[in-house]
Design a binder for this molecule. Sequence first.
Ligand code: NBG
Length: 807
Amino acid sequence: MDKTEIGENELRLRIEEFLIRNCGVSLSEASENDIYRALSTAVREVLTNNRTRFRREIREKKARRVCYLCMEFLVGRNLKNALSCLGILGVAENVIRDMGRKPEMIYGVECDPGLGNGGLGRLAACYMDSLTALGYPATGYSICYEDGFFRQKLLEGEQVEKADEWLDTGDVWLFPRPERAVTVKMGGTVRESWESGRYTVTVDGADEITAVPWDLPVPGYGGDTVNVIRLWRARSEMPPSVFATQGEYARSIRKKIAPAALSGSLYPSDETDEGKLLRLSQQYFLVSASIQNIISDHISDGGTVGDLSQRVAIHINDTHPALVIPELMRLLMDVYSYGWDDAWRVVTSTVTYTNHTVMPEALETWNSELFRIRLPRIYLIIEEINRRLCGDLWIRYPGDWDKISRMSVTAYSSVRMANLSVAAAQKINGVSLLHTEILKKKVFSDYFKDTPYKFVNVTNGVSHRRWLVEANPLFTELLKESIGDRFVTDPMELTNLMKYADDPAFLEKLSAVKRKNKERLADLAVSSGDSPVDPDSIFDVHIKRMHEYKRQLLCVLKILYLYGKILDEPNCDIPPVTFIFGGKAAPGYRMAKTVIRLIWSVGEEIARDRRARDRLKVLFAEDYNVTSAEAIIPAADISEQISLAGKEASGTGCMKMMMNGAVTIGTLDGANVEIKEAVGDDNFYVFGMKEQEVEELWNGGYESVKNYLKSDKIRAALSFLEGEIAGRRFDGVLNYLLYSHGVSDPYMCLADFDSYTAEWERMILDTQKKDEWRRKSLVNTAKSGYFSSDRSIREYAEKIWKIKPLT
Ligand code: NBG
């Protein structure tokens, strides 16, 4: 069945057939789950046909492709996206309605696939979307985490983590490919020997794990192109009964890595040695399975391992898949008998690397001892890479021990994955202009001086088809009426909206759309248990992973300050505002969990106070994920992007909200700098220290207490922390901000507080100048085309991967 052939009758027929054959029910008896399965299966069939055609074309043209290795792909729900890409959303929704069901209820059956945790994973999904829509051959590689990330529940403000059983409904989209299974080996003992004049290496007694690929199709817009994300699942060769009955065997495998854990859940807690070992094993599992698959595809397409780089670019997305470097070396040398230099040439001409963070704790390092035990052969290869690297550096920088030790891959009993990636990659990129400059000047300054030509910037982008066209149908309709529908494939067309910037009638329509989206969100909030939300209040949104550097704490301190102000000056001119937060805290991250509790408690306290509750409301959206983001973002008036300057590599929520007409209040950090440049100073609210100022203050010995003593506003906000908030105490937060050992307020909330609140108050008054504010909103959408992932992907394709679109 081809997409063009699907009319309503055909689709209806297929659904009914499926129901009878697979669920044993007629249409009238079918549950929403049955219909979801039936419809998804019909769509999947179309995707398979298109996939087969696209794959054939790639083979025939011997096209070069990118293999995007990433521990996370936060794809969001599939059904509606696939229908929309195939251009049959309207057809399908008519069929669903004819069946007496509501489309949203059918989409609602699908769980969000729990394959990622934040911006990094969502970026990977947006990139697969653009790669496919633009017709580039690409394969994503990741792990099929059976328990996903986790589902967040809030019990009286306390985050509780639940297993995320997304496969209950997500399985419909996965195609198992057991015939492409490969074996991944870990552990064991390395034996080096000289046999008939050749140096050979074997590993005895390694654990063997079978990796089975499950393919998740990624439809491109228009439906002609379909790529896949290949997700690996670990399989044990033993039936479960053996584990239960053979005590001896069960004990012996416990010492090894249990296969189920490898594709169990995303990022097992890595606070303990077992957690770290499991995470390292997951990373190796991903890269070993993927590279074996890449090589075997390449060979079956007529290539040889030696010319891999001519047809394949392997992308290391953040350092998590960096083990692909030594693993490819291992395969080339131990399996294909290449010498070191030839193998290194293949590796270094094939891999490219994106850095996504400057936070030291996220620049991965592994304890050498753990590493050596789990991956002994890989460890030897890394040592050899390092020996040669340092030898080479020694020739070029004789005597400069400091530099060489900063650049080396192993040092102080640890393996540094970032240095490994930079040393081997063809190209290295940061994800915003500012971030790339920080990489060049600070994080990788020695490498930048050594090989400046390797470093490039590609500012992140987001799929405007998912985040605007699909998530905001009302706005899309208005856009199509006014500027036509070319922006769907060419986002730069959005600039045509500028001709309506001073047209009051258009601005009125724009505001009506925003109002509808706010009503929709308000209804959703109430249906999930919140008290009524006023859609006429300003929606001020802070959604992202919970992290100190993103400064949710700064935002909630501002709310406390505003609360105090309303109590002191009941006639002050703050209009009603609804603050919307959403984000998960890593399970072991205590401070982030405390901040969730604080946000929730402040919300409770204000809701109980008649003097303030009609003017300030605080919502914490439980279990923030792609689906909830799709509801929140179109409804946002204000986008809070308030990280400490220099810490946020890029940010992508800022782009999604900008596209949907929210106006940003932010620091000059990450992509904010470029957003401000694009929209102009009148349409962006900026505050706080610049990156350089942050550094100077920090190096000069930051003392938050000085800010506290100087500022009435800070003291007013913090006075709430001295008592109870909704019956809870937050002395810990007060200590953290003012009195901790070491440095108080490490992310400098208090240093930026006065400037933040002043700018916010200026902004909130501007929201009341209706036409001016609506104009700002329009300009934000009009200038957002640059932040589409279509632009980013073209840059990656040209500057980094050297791939060309087909079709
Ligand atoms: C995140 C950064 C964001 C950035 C995304 C995508 C990690 C390690 N990094 O600023 O914090 O937008 O990556 O590049 O998750």
